[in-house]
Design a protein around this ligand. Structure first.
Ligand SMILES: Nc1ncnc2c1ncn2[C@@H]1O[C@H](COP(=O)(O)OP(=O)(O)O)[C@@H](O)[C@H]1O
Ligand SMILES: [Mg+2]
Length: 405
């Protein structure tokens, strides 16, 4: 799929923008603080309804427009998907302030003219984002890795995002009850309902992650092997916090680099096992007042030649790994949905050494649409730029320049 037209209203530093977007490769250049990242952020927002860096959606609405208590930020995209033209509009709506500066914010989606639930349209526009901070997926806290897999799965499995939010809600309720039981006592059987909810929803997430990580690894490994000149292998190891696969008796933990195939497990098996485990540790969890197992505590390890890259990887290894993982994510979404996502690369060239930069640029051809930003056009080899559209961004205005012949 590819984005054909983008229009922004009151989004970040764009008061108003209306642009035809070319397919294939597009380079966006401009000095710092002009609006390159905001443009990428707007496109990505259409795929996930989340920003990759706003703490709060309110920051997405243009500062000046936001002085109006009822301001609306708007992203509208016309896009081609399966040779059909569609339109997705997202509105970020500021609602009346409650006096202390915390007015509510509402998001709305309109798909082909019909207002829809966000979770229903998530994944209509597919995008993979690659940023300098993407290295945090490997080097950062476990929640970065869960977020990575959640965002990827959200675009591939229609119900994943909705299940994820229902799980979070059930987990909150269960935690509140655990806390209440621990502080004030009460009937522990009240937990039964939430145990079932958490295990049913959680099992769907676990099962989806089991398959996704095996498939992503299959796609990342040949590329990582090539990029490391056939010296290193990459593995994506899923370590579910509730592990539906029983460990052999007497074994405390399996070595991380052993491949454990959990793909044979059915949803029922995972759910029943999870439920049973929740019952088993119930007293302990009441004491602690919190749910201690489940997909909200899952971990994913990225191993290079069997070594945890998040802990022991060099900068270079982590860069190579994330490059391989991002390409794998592109290919995985294509494989699962039949459609190429839009590849959004914000300022990553400067992060890479010459070799990796070439490795990256040489591989972008196969995608339907890839949008790259850079402050420094000189990072591109002039031959590479030949025939490519280049956009200049300056203070929230975009001027498309003609392709260099
Ligand atoms: N809500 C907002 N309203 C108006 N301007 C904003 C808003 N949020 C960020 N900005 C400004 O938008 C400008 C562009 O930011 P960004 O897209 O990150 O630039 P670039 O990626 O080109 O360096 C910055 O100067 C930033 O301060
Ligand atoms: Mg930027």
């Amino acid at each position: 799929m590819w984005l054909k037209h983008l229009s922004l209203t009151n989004f970040r530093n764009y008061a108003r923008l209306d642009l035809d977007v070319p397919n294939g490769l597009l380079v966006i250049t401009g000095d710092n603080g002009q609006g390159k990242t905001s443009l990428i952020e707007a496109i990505y927002f259409l795929s996930s309804f989340e920003s990759f860096h706003a703490e709060n959606d309110r920051q997405l609405i243009n500062f000046i427009a936001a002085r109006d208590p009822l301001a609306v930020g708007r992203i509208v995209a016309d896009f081609m998907s399966d040779n059909k033209l569609h339109r997705l509009e997202v509105r970020i709506i500021q609602e009346k302030e409650n006096g202390n500066g915390n007015g509510r914010l509402r998001k709305e989606a309109i798909y082909d003219g019909v207002k829809q639930k966000l979770s229903e349209v998530v994944g209509q526009i597919k995008a993979v984002i690659f940023l300098p901070q993407s290295m945090q997926i490997i080097e950062g806290a476990p929640e970065e890795r869960r977020r990575f897999i959640n965002l990827a799965l959200g675009q591939v499995l229609p119900h994943y995002s909705a299940t994820l939010s229902e799980y979070a809600r059930a987990l909150n309720q269960r935690n509140a009850l655990l806390k209440q039981l621990s502080e004030r006592g009460g009937d522990v059987n009240e937990l039964n309902y939430w145990d079932t909810e958490v295990s049913q929803l959680g099992a769907r997430l676990i099962q989806a992650r089991i398959h996704a990580l095996v498939e992503l690894e299959e796609l990342a490994s040949p590329l990582y092997y090539q990029l490391t000149h056939e010296k290193e292998m990459i593995q994506l190891v899923y370590q579910p916090s509730y592990d539906p696969l029983q460990k052999p008796v007497g074994q405390y933990a399996l070595p991380v680099d052993i491949h454990i195939d959990r793909r044979g497990l059915t949803l029922e098996q995972i759910q029943e096992g999870f439920l049973l485990q929740l019952k088993k540790i119930r007293m302990e969890e009441i004491k602690r007042g919190v749910t201690t197992i489940g997909p909200h505590r899952d971990e994913i390890l990225f191993l290079g030649n069997g070594i945890d890259l998040g802990v022991y990887g060099s900068r270079g290894q982590v860069r190579t790994a994330i490059l391989a993982v991002k390409f794998a994510e592109m290919k995985w979404i294509k494989k699962k949905t039949g459609q190429w996502p839009i590849f959004l690369l914000d300022e990553v060239l400067a992060e890479l050494d010459d070799q990796h930069r070439q490795d990256l640029l040489n591989r972008l051809d196969e995608f339907e649409q890839a949008i790259l930003t850079t402050t420094d056009i000189k990072l591109f080899n002039p031959q590479f730029l030949q025939g490519l559209p280049i956009w200049q961004v300056k203070a929230g205005q975009v001027s498309p320049t003609k392709a260099i012949p």
